[in-house]
Design a protein around this ligand. Structure first.
Ligand SMILES: Nc1ncnc2c1ncn2[C@@H]1O[C@H](COP(=O)(O)OP(=O)(O)OP(=O)(O)O)[C@@H](O)[C@H]1O
Ligand SMILES: [Mg+2]
Length: 341
């Protein structure tokens, strides 16, 4: 399949000296659902801004939709749709007016535009509030309006910067369904960034995991998870925040248990990898008990993209998204970080 985005050795340094993107290369094929997964500050938005001609690259060679980004930015802007991370709806206009305006900016007009706007308002599920001022929309409605606006001119290539961050699970699922449909039925190439591993896992055919401006892993979600090669068990210890000794002791105990392939300490606690997690848990509990180490929570899960990230960086993307199959022990889940709006 021909490639529609080609990026070679992209570097982006902001005027204050921050190196937001540090030499990344990748290609996106026509018709592909391609994803960039990474935590806050990884360089996702910076990359999207460069690819969509909003930001000048510091170095590298880039072509989008067959056009060189330096020589033909206008042509690129004509054929791409962009939903930026910050919602950009005009609060004083209605949803419908926002979309009509977007159409006019793309030299569209008349019945064709009206029909397209109606169709999209219905598709993203905001037709019933189309004539209400966008300033009075909920966050989820604004995101949907923004997405619909990015589609008015029927782009063949769509850039989405965290399209579901801050949305409730239902809205998120609705947008996922809609994006899949756009990609599969209309053949639109999608470049999506996200910090939700579940979203990346579900939607993207191919993924690049980015951290601190660098690519840390890439492949299909399945191949990336397969590389982890084991289930994970994540546990938190009583007083572990203060007593480093307890943590050290715990790691020592874990190191002596047969079948554990790796022990990683992170903000979320201690994570170990084992081929047969459900059996190993009993060994861990017994060993901790006889060493007087108290557990406050234990989760076990099949490999997720977060495990991929953890193995490559030693950190987690977002702890609250653990794909927990089984939990035990009192007080589990007492602390969860709020979802960023
Ligand atoms: N205009 C700017 N000037 C200076 N530094 C910036 C600017 N914009 C972003 N950065 C820095 O560049 C790095 C990458 O930021 P970027 O917005 O690309 O991350 P991100 O992956 O999109 O994160 P998030 O998930 O939080 O949106 C961060 O360290 C950020 O602070
Ligand atoms: Mg961003």
């Amino acid at each position: 399949m021909p490639e529609t985005i080609s990026v070679q050795d992209l570097v982006e340094v902001y005027s204050d000296g921050t190196k937001a993107v540090d030499g990344i290369s990748f290609e996106v094929n026509e018709g592909e659902f391609f994803g960039f997964l990474g935590p806050n500050g990884a360089g996702k938005s910076t990359t999207i801004k460069v690819l969509t001609t909003l930001l000048r690259k510091t170095a590298g060679k880039i072509s989008v939709a067959g056009f060189d980004i330096e020589k033909h930015p206008e042509e690129i802007r004509r054929v791409i749709g962009v939903q930026s991370q910050e919602t950009v709806v005009d609060p004083d206009l209605t949803g419908r007016e926002n979309m009509m305006l977007e159409g006019h900016l793309h030299q569209m007009s008349g019945d064709g535009l009206k029909k397209r706007v109606d169709e999209l308002l219905t598709l993203v599920g905001i037709a019933d509030v189309a004539d209400k001022r966008a300033g009075h929309y909920s966050g989820g409605m604004k995101k949907r309006l923004d997405l619909a606006s990015a589609l008015v001119h029927k782009p063949k290539l769509l850039f989405l910067d965290e399209p579901t961050t801050g949305l409730d699970p239902q809205s998120r699922a609705a947008i996922w369904g809609y994006l899949s449909k756009l990609n599969k039925e209309e053949g639109i190439t999608i470049f999506l960034t996200t910090q939700y591993m579940e979203e990346a896992d579900k939607l993207c055919e191919r993924l690049y995991i980015i951290d601190q401006g660098k690519i840390v892993a890439s492949g299909t979600p399945e191949s990336l998870k397969r590389e982890v090669g084991a289930d994970s068990i994540t546990m938190t210890l009583e007083n572990s925040g203060v007593a480093t000794q307890t943590k050290e002791k715990a790691k020592e105990v874990l190191g002596a248990i047969q079948g554990i392939s790796k022990v990683i300490e992170s903000d979320a606690g201690i994570t170990v990898y084992a081929r047969n997690a459900s059996l190993i848990i009993a060994d861990i509990v017994r060993a901790f008990d006889s060493n007087k180490i108290r557990l406050t929570s234990v989760n076990f899960a099949s490999p997720t993209l977060d495990d991929v990230f953890l193995q490559h960086t030693g950190r987690r993307i977002r702890t609250e998204e653990l794909n927990t199959k089984q939990t035990s022990f009192a007080r589990f889940g007492a602390r969860r970080r709020p979802v960023r709006q």
